[in-house]
Ligand binder design. Structure first.
Ligand SMILES: NC(=O)c1ccc[n+]([C@@H]2O[C@H](COP(=O)([O-])OP(=O)(O)OC[C@H]3O[C@@H](n4cnc5c(N)ncnc54)[C@H](O)[C@@H]3O)[C@@H](O)[C@H]2O)c1
Length: 258
């Protein structure tokens, strides 16, 4: 029998940006661990989101697909309220929606900066706040922010991204200080380079350049797969993690060990 301390039976989770990539895989992983999982993404990705919803329902869990653009704070709040009305509760928020811009600092535009910071940091904060407003009155909840190993170390051509993820790592600690005593733990996961549609769209390096980078930075010797993040997420969402809060759980193939 699986260890019951990792069971998410009876819990309701919301994963932002879960139509594809890491968010999709985490949504499916939480469902496999027993949770009912609401999928959410921006309007253009709702068809994919409904596909993920169907996969979760096929596992025998409740699901739903909600349009949540984290850049639109009032509409996001309404969707979270609707989800709570539909499912009766919200126990787990995975703040996954994120964007990346790879550009030398000298060329970063104000639009680049705003898009990355507004999505990865501002949007994440207000989603956490919207979820916590439901969790705190019930005295329980789990918020899991998807940060990055680049929230703790730097990489060239990632000024806005590194600034946003560094912000997420420290914001996670602030929210943990405020909400842990109220029953809501707040943690982050710091993935290393992981094969997703978003990564492949923005990484235009040649295979040779990529191999050089992996040899220099990645003891694992390859990019990660999204499935390699599921265990960390299930743990942080589970009863086992009741005393884990304010933590940045880095899962990066050893990138930050160098
Ligand atoms: N893939 C990696 O190597 C890697 C490494 C470290 C951290 N991360 C983080 O993991 C998260 C997921 O990344 P991914 O690689 O799966 O990317 P992805 O682009 O494949 O998926 C991101 C999802 O977020 C959604 N999204 C973007 N902006 C949104 C918004 N305003 N509102 C709601 N949804 C929005 C997208 O539509 C998409 O479905 C991001 O926060 C990213 O920074 C990824």
């Amino acid at each position: 029998m699986p260890y019951s301390g990792l069971s998410l039976e009876g819990k309701v989770a919301l994963v932002t940006g879960s139509a594809r990539g890491i968010g999709r895989t985490l949504a499916l992983g939480l469902a496999e661990a027993g949770a009912d999982v609401a999928v959410s993404d921006m309007a253009p990705r709702m068809e994919e989101a409904h596909g993920v919803q169907a996969e979760i329902e096929a596992m025998g869990r409740r699901s739903g697909a909600y349009e949540v653009d984290v850049l639109n704070v009032p509409a996001m709040r309404q969707s979270v309220d609707q989800l709570v009305a539909d499912f009766g509760q919200l126990d787990i928020l995975v703040n996954n929606a994120g964007v990346r811009v790879r550009r030398p600092a000298l060329e970063v535009s104000e639009d680049d900066w705003d898009r990355v910071l507004d999505t990865n940091l501002k949007g994440l904060f207000f989603c956490a706040q919207a979820a916590a407003r439901h969790m705190v009155p019930r005295g329980s909840g789990r918020i899991i922010n998807i940060a990055s190993q680049l929230g703790t170390v730097a990489a060239p051509n990632r000024s806005a991204y590194c600034a946003s993820k560094g912000g997420v790592v420290n914001l996670t600690k602030v929210l943990a200080l405020e909400w842990t005593a109220l029953g809501v733990t707040v943690n982050a996961i710091g993935p290393g380079p992981t094969v997703t549609p978003g990564l492949l769209e923005t990484d235009t390096r040649s295979e040779e350049e990529l191999q050089r980078d992996l040899e220099a930075h990645m003891p694992l010797g390859r990019r990660m797969q999204p499935e390699e993040l599921v265990g960390a997420c299930v743990y942080l969402a589970s009863p086992s993690a009741s005393a884990t809060s304010g933590h940045h759980l880095i899962v990066d193939g050893g990138w930050t060990a160098i």
